[in-house]
Design a protein around this ligand. Structure first.
Ligand SMILES: CC(C)(COP(=O)(O)OP(=O)(O)OC[C@H]1O[C@@H](n2cnc3c(N)ncnc32)[C@H](O)[C@@H]1OP(=O)(O)O)[C@@H](O)C(=O)NCCC(=O)NCCS
Length: 145
């Protein structure tokens, strides 16, 4: 993700969340040395369009997914899981041991996607979103070690 992507990212962000990130959030993450920000793009009617994006941090072998979003019109076509698989491959190559994320308890779509990738429900953070609890999910890469 670069600063030039942010206008299109914000459009998807606003259609996707009750409390969307703002421009500053994305600008900060693009500059943040521990953050990785990626977009997923493709040709649509011969135009290169933004389909989704992901933001995560890696700190000492631990990764934290902060944002995963696919534009509304392109959901349920395998793009979210494709983007996550790419990200998990990158994490493994960077010697990440485990991956955490928070998700709204009511967000069945995301919870099901993460379960498909072998994330397990870990614990709850009460009122994490103000109006709702978060489910913390965790994926351990080498569970046998
Ligand atoms: C969550 C999100 C990223 C999923 O992206 P997507 O591209 O639609 O997901 P995929 O098509 O790759 O789906 C992969 C699997 O996730 C699950 N899933 C996805 N959407 C689902 C839905 N609406 N209901 C139930 N399960 C769903 C299914 O198991 C699906 O596999 P299947 O289609 O073979 O049944 C997308 O819905 C989104 O951007 N939502 C708004 C933002 C958001 O909530 N992000 C997560 C924050 S933690």
């Amino acid at each position: 993700m670069t600063d030039d992507d942010i206008d299109a990212v914000l459009e998807i962000e606003r259609q996707s969340y009750a409390r969307p990130w703002n421009r500053e959030h994305f600008e900060n993450e693009i500059q943040n040395p521990i953050a990785y920000t990626y977009t997923l793009r493709g040709l649509c009617n011969r135009r290169n369009r933004l389909a989704g994006y992901v933001v995560f941090w890696v700190v000492y072998g631990e990764a934290h997914i902060l944002n995963l979003t696919i534009t509304e019109t392109l959901r349920r076509q395998g793009l979210g899981i494709h983007l996550m698989r790419k990200v998990l491959d990158m994490m493994k190559a960077s010697l990440v041991d485990d991956v955490f994320l928070e998700v709204r308890k009511s967000n069945t779509a995301a919870i099901e996607l993460y379960k498909k990738l072998n994330f397990k429900e870990s614990y709850e953070r009460k009122k994490y979103y103000g109006d709702e609890d978060a489910l913390v999910m965790r994926l351990v890469f080498n569970e046998n070690i």
